[in-house]
Ligand binder design. Sequence first.
Ligand code: HEC
Ligand code: HEC
Ligand code: HEC
Ligand code: HEC
Length: 163
Amino acid sequence: MFIKVLPLFLALGLFLGNGSSPADFEYIGSAKCKSCHNSPAKGAQYKVWAAGPHAKAFESLKGDDAKNPKCLKCHTTMGHTDKDLHYTLTQKEGVGCETCHGAGSAYKSPAIMRNQEKSIAKGLIIPDEKLCRSCHNEESPDFKGFDYKEYLKKMAHPRPSDD
Ligand code: HEC
Ligand code: HEC
Ligand code: HEC
Ligand code: HEC
């Protein structure tokens, strides 16, 4: 019940962000991350993602498959998550930032983002191999095997080192 009324509170701007529990974290969509994560000097994560395989995951589903929850589960952030927690996320973005980094509504402010501990408390996930394997596994009809190091290289979006 509580989860269902949450979007209304957000819409009314009543969300205070204090004492959050996972149910408070809403999916806001990759476009919202773009404003701060697209500068070349910092690694242009948005651009790298948009040109990579995950941004195209929804487009790969043709015809009825684009409505099949069994496919959407791994081909969209939406299908991978609790539907009650979607705020401004759309299906079209495929496997977006928040599939791997967690719902962003509460960690997206710069003061929180600059501090990893605070960000994690507000829902940020630092992804690991296990998370990848929640989709890259035999359940996928097109499974080609999964080598974490190799696959990570193909989609990596690090910040250039400061020194
Ligand atoms: C208002 C600006 C802003 C927005 C919006 C924002 N971020 Fe950030 N993010 C930052 C800043 C600042 C840092 C600190 C590192 C840096 O300066 O690049 C950061 C760091 C991160 C890190 C690295 C965390 C770590 O400690 O290793 C991840 C991952 C991340 N952001 C993901 C996201 C995602 C996903 C979204 C969208 C849901 C998002 N950010 C939205 C500003 C932002
Ligand atoms: C929510 C499910 C999901 C998660 C989590 C996920 N992926 Fe994917 N990944 C996909 C889908 C779906 C595709 C296929 C996209 C397409 O072409 O439609 C894909 C494609 C890829 C590809 C391209 C493979 C190729 O054949 O060219 C790489 C590389 C990749 N993922 C790496 C990773 C890594 C590394 C992680 C973890 C950090 C990860 N993925 C997490 C769903 C996921
Ligand atoms: C368990 C997660 C999962 C499910 C369920 C899933 N997929 Fe995928 N799909 C993936 C991953 C991961 C890839 C990337 C292939 C790889 O590297 O293993 C992929 C790749 C694809 C591709 C691109 C193939 C290529 O080689 O370019 C298509 C098309 C596709 N899936 C269609 C579907 C359809 C249709 C369904 C539903 C019947 C479906 N998938 C269900 C995870 C999944
Ligand atoms: C398929 C999973 C996946 C997706 C989608 C994804 N990331 Fe990441 N991201 C990762 C992984 C894995 C790392 C490396 C984590 C580590 O340092 O161990 C990472 C690292 C980062 C970092 C830290 C870079 C650094 O070197 O400090 C930022 C910032 C970031 N991602 C932002 C984003 C943004 C913004 C998006 C969407 C535009 C996004 N990511 C999409 C998996 C993903």
